[in-house]
Design a protein around this ligand. Structure first.
Ligand code: FES
Length: 227
């Protein structure tokens, strides 16, 4: 059992925490491409590692990921107008492009060039493999985008989906690495409603220390395993 102190160290991913800084050194999937279906489509609320952000696809199809709140007076950028290559805050009209640069500031008594000093927090994005990926770490540490082969295949050759899990990342990963739950929790029970007992696969158990498990009753899953 972890102490509360160790628990907080390993599960907290907010900016400035050990795990938060580690994860921010990687490109991370933050949304499905389909959630931003086309140029100037409705912006998307995204929460990543404790940061509230807004994703939007601009007129040219480029994806931006910016702070959820305007740097002027804190208005929610979700309600911004996504138009002509930028997201315009509905409160006073400050407009930001996908790189977080202010490209229009219609009410600045300081003059036209004042907008050059204004930025909104933004993170670089890539739209690959039907996913929106973001890098949220230090710019000087940004790694090359991971060249996963599956991201280059035709769309018909992959399946991308998204789950919302109300837990911390470590709990989700523990579930993923727990193979024994799958045949109970995720199995179809329409073929055999009788109780299921697990035994080690004798052939494989004899040759490898990694014990594989299978059902003792014949099911579609077992047939696939034996094929
Ligand atoms: S609060 Fe956004 S422009 Fe003023």
């Amino acid at each position: 059992m972890l102490s509360m102190q160790d628990h907080d160290i390993i599960v907290n991913t907010n900016r400035g925490t050990p795990m938060g800084e580690l994860f921010r050194r990687f490109w991370l999937p933050v949304a499905l491409s389909d959630e931003l279906p086309g140029p100037d489509s409705v912006p998307l609320r995204v929460r990543v590692m404790g940061e509230d952000l807004i994703a939007f696809r601009d007129t040219d199809g480029k994806v931006g990921l910016v702070d959820a709140y305007c740097p002027h007076r804190g208005a929610p950028m979700f309600f911004g107008r996504n138009e002509e290559n930028g997201l315009r805050c509905v409160y006073h009209g400050w407009k930001f492009d996908a790189n977080g640069e202010c490209v229009d500031l219609p009410n600045a008594p300081e003059g036209e060039t004042f907008k050059n000093k204004i930025h909104i927090t933004s993170y670089p994005c890539e739209d690959r493999g039907d996913l929106i990926w973001a890098y949220m770490g230090p710019a000087e540490k940004k790694p090359a985008f991971p060249d996963f082969e599956w991201t280059k295949l035709p769309r018909s050759h992959r399946y991308v989906t998204k789950f919302i899990e109300q837990c911390n990342y470590l709990q989700a990963m523990e579930g993923d690495y727990d193979p024994s739950h799958a045949r109970f929790l995720h199995s179809t029970m329409d073929q055999a409603r009788r109780p299921v007992r697990l035994t080690a696969h004798p052939a494989r158990a004899a040759t490898t220390p990694r014990v594989k498990w299978r059902r003792t009753s014949p099911t579609r899953a077992q047939s696939a395993l034996d094929a």
